[in-house]
Each structure stands twice: as structure tokens, then as C-alpha cells.
Design a protein around this ligand. Structure first.
Ligand SMILES: C[S@@+](CC[C@H](N)C(=O)[O-])C[C@H]1O[C@@H](n2cnc3c(N)ncnc32)[C@H](O)[C@@H]1O
Length: 315
């Protein structure tokens, strides 16, 4: 049993409102579903950021300030299947830069996939994947004598509240040296008509992805959630720029989680909060970088201005 998962599920389902961390979406089935989400027509985030990496990799490399004389560490937090990053690797290789790529992910399935994808597209590339929680792996980063470029893409940071993002960036910054860079990919604030369908696709893949959390609790913690009695519930507050996903109980019910020796009561319409996906503008990015020792040095957007990759430097 994954001990931390058990602790977090117990705590999250005992508080009000109930919540489960989005990092637990990514078991084997969840990672496969997320790869599907990335290919959905409604999920504009991937295409927009892919366009940036495909068409503007040279601009990114220029802003990174890397040189041919010195090798550097390219470290990706929550790498997923590497679909967009591979475009950057191709551009770095085409220009003969020397670097070591380390994708970090909490999902073994995601790391398998990225190794497969890189092997197919860049057969000679050697990479050093690391399995684990990036919140814990961050402190292992400092010892390397090489300069670092950290990738944090896909608006992963948007899963954190602003205060949490600010302390995450502070912690990241403490493990970087002067001149190291961060590429921070974020989804930009935009209309509800574009954002909401990305979290509520017509094929029901996002719904299956969200409800898979309950199936994961069933199989790993011996619980009896009936996923037919729960519903995926997406919301977007356009003013605030925050999308939220929840799982709603459609009846009054009780669920038993045997491994935790616990019974959880749900009222009809009661929600379990599972994910926030914050949308950004320059002001919010500046706010989350405040007092972190990190400085914004560039911003690259896609042609529709849906998504931005900020280049950020350790001072
Ligand atoms: C939304 S996906 C994005 C993947 C990729 N960065 C992209 O832009 O396509 C999030 C990825 O981060 C990983 N992840 C989520 N929380 C994590 C954590 N705390 N530590 C390490 N990986 C994590 C998940 O397994 C998943 O592969």
C-alpha cells in the first residue's frame, strides 16, 4: 500500500469540504487517460504549448542563455509523456548543445512512456528519469556543479493556490544557483466558452479521469465506491480565472474504505474537491514570483495568445 496515499485519503475525506489531491490522478489508468485528454480537440492547452515548443524553440533557447562551451542539466518536473519537451530536445540537439535531460514524475507509467517516445524520436539520446514526488526531489537538485534549466510545463503550477505556488517557487529557488533558469508554462486567462469545455469534453474522458480517483481508492485501499453514483463536476470562475473540478455524490450514501478502517458518509450533491487549474496573466505571475529570488526575463506565447511559457532566472 502507498502509505502517503492512505494518509492523504483519510485526511481529505475526513475534512469539510472533502478533498483529494490531484497528484493522485496519475496511477497507470489515470496516466493513460491524461494522454488521451491531451489529444482531445477541447483540450487547447497541449496544442497551444506544443506550438510554442515546435515553432519558437530557438527563441526559448536564446532566452535560456545556454552556451556550447558548457554542458547543463535540463530537469523537468512532472514530465508526463514529454510530448512538448521532445521538440525542445530536438532543437537543442540540432544546434549541438550539451546537456543531460532528467524527467521527474510520480507516475512510473509516464516515465515509461517518455522513455519510449524519446527512443522513437531521438534514438541516440540518453536520459536519466527519476521516479518520485517533485516536492521531495527538489532538494536533491543542488549538488550538481552544472547550471540548470528547470521545466515546469502544462500549467502544472495552476494546480496550486497562489500562496502555495509562491512557496513552491521559493523552495525551488533555494535549490538553484544564480543564473539558473526556469521555463514555466501557464494557461492564460480567457473566456469561459474556451476554458470550460477543456475540463468537460464531449467524449467524457475528463469525467473518467476524475472518477478514476475513486476506482484507485477502491483497488489500493479496498473501498466500495460505486462510480455510477458520483458525477464529474467542472466549474470556471472567469473573473478570478480559476477552473475547479470536483466529484459530486448524486445520492445520500455511505462508502466503506476497509484498509483505512473508515466509513465515509456523503450527502446528495456533496462534493469532493479534486483539482484547481488556475489561469494566469502577467500580474499573477509577478505575484507568485514575489520575494522568491526569481526574476521574469521573457515570455513566449502561441499564435492565439492562449498559453505562455515564461522564462524565469534565479537572481
Ligand atoms: C498535467 S500532467 C502534465 C504533463 C507534462 N508536464 C505536460 O505538460 O504535458 C502532470 C504530470 O505531473 C505528474 N505529477 C503530478 N504531481 C506530481 C508530483 N507531486 N511529483 C511528480 N510528478 C507529479 C503527473 O504524474 C503527470 O505526469
Amino acid at each position: 500500500m502507498n502509505k502517503q496515499f492512505a494518509i492523504d485519503v483519510k485526511e481529505g475525506l475526513s475534512t469539510s469540504p472533502k478533498r483529494l489531491s490531484s497528484k493522485y490522478f496519475y496511477d497507470e489508468k489515470g496516466s493513460a487517460l491524461f494522454s488521451k485528454i491531451m489529444k482531445l480537440p477541447e483540450y487547447y492547452l497541449t496544442n497551444a504549448e506544443f506550438e510554442i515548443f515546435e515553432k519558437k524553440a530557438s527563441e526559448i533557447i536564446k532566452l535560456l542563455g545556454v552556451t556550447h562551451q558548457k554542458s547543463f542539466d535540463l530537469i523537468e518536473l512532472g514530465a508526463g509523456d514529454g510530448y512538448k519537451t521532445i521538440e525542445l530536445l530536438k532543437a537543442l540537439d540540432a544546434h549541438h548543445f550539451q546537456y543531460q535531460y532528467t524527467p521527474i514524475d510520480i507516475s512510473a507509467k509516464a516515465l515509461d512512456q517518455i522513455e519510449k517516445n524519446i527512443h522513437q524520436q531521438l534514438p541516440n539520446k540518453k536520459i536519466s528519469p527519476k521516479l518520485g514526488d517533485y516536492f521531495h526531489i527538489l532538494h536533491d537538485l543542488k549538488p550538481s556543479p552544472l547550471s540548470k534549466v528547470i521545466l515546469f510545463l502544462g500549467s502544472n503550477i495552476g494546480n496550486m493556490e497562489n500562496v502555495e505556488a509562491n512557496s513552491f517557487l521559493t523552495h525551488l529557488s533555494e535549490n538553484l544557483s544564480k543564473g539558473d533558469k526556469l521555463i514555466l508554462g501557464v494557461d492564460l486567462k480567457k473566456s469561459k466558452d474556451i476554458v470550460l469545455p477543456a475540463y468537460n469534453d464531449s467524449q467524457g474522458v475528463t469525467s473518467a479521469f476524475n472518477l478514476n480517483l475513486l476506482s484507485r481508492i477502491n483497488s489500493e485501499l479496498d473501498a466500495d465506491f460505486n462510480t455510477d453514483l458520483f458525477e464529474h463536476t467542472p466549474m470556471y470562475d472567469e473573473q478570478e480565472g480559476v477552473a475547479k473540478s470536483a466529484i459530486k455524490s448524486i445520492v445520500n450514501q455511505e462508502v466503506e474504505i476497509k484498509s483505512l478502517d473508515m466509513k465515509v458518509a456523503f450527502k446528495k450533491e456533496e462534493q469532493i474537491h479534486t483539482e484547481i487549474s488556475r489561469k494566469y496573466d502577467d500580474i499573477i505571475i509577478q505575484k507568485i514570483c514575489l520575494n522568491t529570488g526569481l526574476n521574469i526575463v521573457g515570455k513566449i506565447t502561441d499564435s492565439q495568445n492562449y498559453f505562455a511559457d515564461y522564462i524565469i532566472e534565479k537572481q
